[in-house]
Design a protein around this ligand. Structure first.
Ligand code: TC6
Length: 725
């Protein structure tokens, strides 16, 4: 785990714990033993510590916080090992490449010098997994780079690159990529330098005079940006101790706060989410294939059909990953508008300093445009992103099938339509797959990849690997109406509207949702994305219904015996499409404005609606709003697993965290269900099903019923689910 060798008078410690040199108990013990050996070796004058493989050290082993810990051969804890390193009379140099994160940066701060390659990144990301830098990071970082930057880095968990770390004083020098050679040379040059000023724990905290202001600004920022999360608050509290107490006493406080966090349910949930996000690309379709049995095709060029918001966003996601894109539209005007959208967004990134003008120019140079599918004969992959209309999509796929080379993968960005039916328009259904991106597609990390009945494992592997390449978290799901995310969302939006029929107002429902931690309420999001989008899909369904001989009544509160709320249609008929028309479930100052206001017209509309349908309006408690919005959603997640549409509960949680703003610190709907208790959810579902027998989303899932009896942790019942498929 940690190798020791000597080159002349330089002891070289190599941390070797693939894949990221995480600090397991054995790594910690190894470092302690090797430092002891170097201290005792009279031939050694200086010590270099570096990492084997791609990283210096990416932090403590996250498995160790919730799983069983290995027993330690040495008594020292990580903070003690770091103190032991700092106290060494032989200089220690941390030679950093890849990343020095969390405990990795804390170890580097226990060294007397830190050098790094230009591309190396450092940070204290513990907050993102619900804990704090409990090996002295909250005390050494403010001494090293100042209170302000330390509060920022520790409370946000963001990584910074070596040049910025150098400016902040976190590292001493940027060196070439031959990190070990550089480390040895640097070590030799500092052998005789005095160490007193190099022991960070002995230094005063920089910018301590502005402490009050900096701490209150950090707290205000956390309240705004990381609402509901307990770790950022405790991280700030721990850093604040650095200006109140001497180092050793502040370390005791750090340890105390660390214990509070590491045992919290938020930390467990965040760590579960960390591993779930890394599991998602490793797809598995039981009985069919999995990521480690199939090789993806290499996508060198791509095309996007449709230059609207979705199409341009997808094109940018591909361009950002250096994949040349041909953007196709049906007329010049739409195409020009789309290109302008892309140019404007890149110009914005340049203004914000996220890209240089040259980088933006380079990215745009990979964008081609076309009005003809004839230009797509050589592309490896096409992503269709036109509006949701089956006839149109089938027409496009038939044309693509003729225009593209036989090996090209054809993807649809549909958010709800049947992939098999789309694929049936082609002679290559094995190469057709759904790639459901989320708005804005260049930013949102989720990619829901929908496999059809005939989609080949190679096609699944290709879009999964493309997803990773363009910086997404790709999740494979099966084909059903609205797939996983939107299928579950359907229960939540329906129930939110039923609550309005019975007495709640949009802002009351939204505030319960936001209090739970979802950043935007159901009605706010509906106004944001536009009520007309769902209306168009529903109108297509009504037309289908009418074609099958059933007349659709616009006032109907039931469709095929199933409870339905026509409120969304009513609003659309009044031109209330949401933010874009300045009115939807809320009122806005003007079309396009962002801030929603409670609209008395909506209150009257709801009261009239309830009267017309003989519904006695009542005050609905936040608890009932919560259960009615979220329990059917969770239950639908179990149905999705039951149907084999998702194969793992972790995938559902990843979808909800990354596509729908589900608070990560609750782990996602499936993990959260376990925390509430599956038996409690099941009983509540039964209760509401009795009250609302015409809403099938209240019918409890059989899987939920079975699992409710067993009371197992999610990791165990997740395996049971997979073995049933
Ligand atoms: C008192 C103690 C105080 C200190 C606390 C801490 O340090 S807390 C820690 C503070 N540090 C952090 O929070 C850093 C967390 N890590 C990261 O941010 C990124 O992994 C990365 C930037 C290091 C590499 O990104 P990348 O996109 O190149 O790669 P990737 O992300 O896909 O990971 C590759 C594999 O490594 C695995 N794995 C990774 N890290 C850890 C870990 N610490 N542990 C265990 N495993 C870890 C990961 O699961 C995956 O495994 P798989 O699926 O192949 O079996």
């Amino acid at each position: 785990m940690v190798d020791y060798r000597r080159e002349g008078n330089v002891a070289i410690l190599t941390v070797n714990n693939p894949p990221v040199n995480a600090i397991s108990t054995r790594v910690k013990d190894g470092i302690y033993e090797c430092i002891s050996r170097a201290k005792n070796d009279t031939k050694v004058s200086v010590i270099v510590i570096h990492g084997h493989g791609k990283h210096f050290i990416a932090g403590a082993d996250i498995h160790g916080f919730s799983g069983q810990r290995e027993s330690s051969k040495v008594v020292a804890t990580l903070p003690e090992v770091i103190a032991f390193m700092e106290a060494s009379n032989k200089p220690i140099v941390a030679a950093i490449h890849g990343t020095a994160l969390g405990g990795g940066l804390e170890i580097a701060m226990g060294c007397h010098y830190r050098i790094a390659t230009k591309s190396a990144r450092v940070g204290q990301p513990e907050v993102l997994i619900g804990i704090l830098p409990g090996a002295g990071g909250t005390q050494r970082l403010p001494r090293l780079c100042g209170l302000g930057p330390a509060l920022d880095l520790i409370s946000t968990g963001r990584h910074i690159k070596a040049p910025q770390a150098l400016k902040l004083g976190i590292i001493d020098k940027i060196v070439s990529d031959d990190i070990l050679k550089e480390g040895i040379a640097f070590a030799k040059a500092v052998i005789d330098k005095p160490l007193n000023g190099r022991r960070i724990s002995t230094l005063p905290v920089k910018d301590a005079e502005n402490a009050e202001q900096l701490i209150s600004a950090a707290n205000a920022s956390v309240r705004k940006r990381q609402r509901g999360m307990m770790a950022p608050i405790w991280n700030i509290k721990a850093v604040a101790e650095s200006i109140k107490l001497p180092f050793d006493e502040a370390m005791e406080k750090e340890a105390e706060y660390f214990t509070v966090l590491v045992t919290s349910s938020q930390a467990r949930a965040l760590q579960y989410a960390f591993f779930s996000e890394r599991l998602a690309p490793k797809w598995e379709v039981p009985g069919v294939a999995s990521y480690n049995t199939v090789k993806p095709m290499n996508i060198k060029t791509a095309a996007v059909i449709g230059a609207g918001t979705m199409g341009t966003g997808i094109a940018m996601a591909l361009l950002n990953a250096r994949i040349p894109v041909t953007l196709v539209e049906q007329n010049k005007q739409f195409l020009e508008k789309g290109v302008k959208m892309i140019q404007d967004l890149y110009a914005g990134s340049v203004r914000l300093g996220k890209l240089t003008a040259d980088q933006a120019k380079y990215l745009l140079s990979n964008l081609k445009t076309s009005l003809s599918y004839d230009d797509l004969s050589t592309v490896d992959c096409v992503i269709e992103a036109v509006y949701e209309n089956m006839a149109l999509k089938k027409e496009i796929f038939a044309k693509l099938d003729n225009a593209c080379k036989p090996s090209a993968v054809l993807c649809s960005n549909t958010s709800s339509l049947d992939i098999d039916e789309i694929a049936s328009a082609t002679k290559r259904p094995d190469k057709v797959i759904g790639t459901h991106f989320f708005v804005p597609a260049y930013y949102m990390r989720l990619l829901e990849n929908v496999r059809g009945k005939l989609t080949s494992p190679e096609t699944i592997a290709t879009v999964q690997s493309l997803g990773v390449r363009i910086g997404k978290i790709p999740v494979v799901v099966g084909n059903c109406d609205s797939f996983v995310g939107n299928r579950m969302l359907g229960t939540y939006t329906s129930e939110a509207q039923f609550l309005l029929e019975e007495g709640a107002l949009p802002h009351e429902v939204d505030s319960v949702i936001k209090d739970f931690g979802i950043p935007i309420g159901a009605f706010e999001v509906s106004d944001l994305s536009g009520l007309d989008i769902g209306w168009r899909i529903r109108k297509e369904r009504y037309e289908k219904l009418e074609k099958s001989g059933k007349k659709h009544d616009p006032n109907a509160r039931f469709i095929n015996g199933e409870r339905f709320s026509p409120l969304g249609d009513t609003l659309c008929e009044k031109g209330r499409f949401g933010r874009k028309t300045g009115m939807g479930w809320y009122r806005y100052e003007k079309p396009g404005a962002k801030e929603p206001f409670i609209d008395a017209e909506i209150t009257t509309l709801l009261e009239d609606y309830s009267k017309k349908h003989n519904i006695t309006r009542r005050k609905i408690s936040p608890q009932e709003i919560f259960e009615r919005c979220f329990y059917p959603l969770i239950n639908e997640g179990f149905k999705v697993l039951e149907d084999g549409i998702a194969t793992r509960p972790e995938d559902i949680d990843v979808i909800w965290i990354n596509g729908y703003g589900w608070p990560k610190y609750t782990g996602g709907p499936m993990y959260y269900a376990n925390q509430i208790g599956l038996d409690k959810i099941y009983d509540t579902m039964c209760y509401y099903y009795e009250q609302h027998p015409t809403s099938s989303h209240w019918r409890p899932s059989a899987l939920l019923r079975d699992l409710a009896k067993q009371q197992l942790p999610i990791s165990q019942w997740g395996k049971q689910v997979a073995s049933r498929l």
